[in-house]
Design a protein around this ligand. Structure first.
Ligand code: GLP
Length: 240
């Protein structure tokens, strides 16, 4: 696991965008694993600027997002589909048909999750997965627990995550209590992973990433088992 410690959020965003752009340049029909949350927004802004400047093109790129609330309509401005359209897809030359998110309205969520893993596999697997991290160490919506689930699945959100994510909703009661999320194995299938973290609220979780331990009470620590992971964080998250 490699750490890149940056001076500020803008540096994190630039570094992450450069790594993603290199993957796109090397493989124009690559598959991106995308994340939501406030952390990757700066990276998406950098990618939009690179696309507008003609440095990279998304015309043949496909994307799969990590997770989606459940239940939620794609038109809800708190859905991750809405977030991705607003923060990235609407501003780049990607074919919308090539952008994939779990369906927050799926009638049969288990079938939806199974089909999602199959579709990623059939497409050839994710070339680069972008991750944020919850302040409790969750990645995507794989929450701390005694056991973690390998494939894409429906999950409940912890009180801590509902509280952290309530800042985007009018009130905490409006935060959906469930989500569909890529599982640990689905995430580990990516050939390359970058995890972005900024701010002191992530320092506890990152401290455990820096230790030698792997524990399901901090799902991000499992990333130590993957052979191509880069953590891009600022000094506050790194605990300096
Ligand atoms: C949500 C998402 C995660 C994300 C986390 C951190 O729970 N499901 O994928 O990493 O929030 O969000 P933020 O970047 O806003 O701190």
């Amino acid at each position: 696991m490699k750490f890149i410690v940056c001076n500020n959020y803008q540096e994190i965003s630039k570094k992450a965008a450069e790594i993603i752009a290199d993957v796109i340049k090397a493989k124009p029909d690559c598959i991106l694993g995308l994340a939501t949350g406030s952390t990757p927004v700066g990276t998406y802004k950098e990618l939009i600027a690179m696309n507008k400047a003609g440095d990279i093109s998304f015309k043949t790129v496909k994307s799969y997002n990590l997770d989606e609330y459940y239940p939620i309509s794609p038109d809800n401005d708190q859905s991750y589909r809405y977030f991705m359209n607003e923060n990235l897809f609407n501003h780049i030359d990607i074919d919308m048909a090539n952008t994939h998110l779990l369906d927050g309205e799926a009638k049969d969520p288990d079938a939806e999750c199974k089909a999602y893993d199959k579709a990623i596999e059939a497409a050839g697997g994710i070339d680069i997965q972008i991750l944020g991290i919850g302040r409790n160490g969750h990645i995507a919506f794989n929450e701390p627990d005694e056991a973690l689930i390998a494939p894409t699945h429906k999950t409940g959100l912890t009180a801590d995550t509902i509280d952290a994510n309530s800042r985007f909703f009018e009130s905490a009661d409006l935060v959906p209590k469930h989500a569909l999320t890529m599982g640990m194995a689905s995430i580990f299938g990516a050939r390359k992973i970058i995890l972005l973290a900024n701010g002191a609220s992530k320092a506890e979780a990152i401290k455990e990433l820096l230790s030698d331990e792997i524990k399901t009470s901090n799902p991000s620590t499992l990333l130590k088992l993957h052979n191509d992971v880069t953590i891009i964080c600022d000094k506050e998250a790194y605990g300096e």
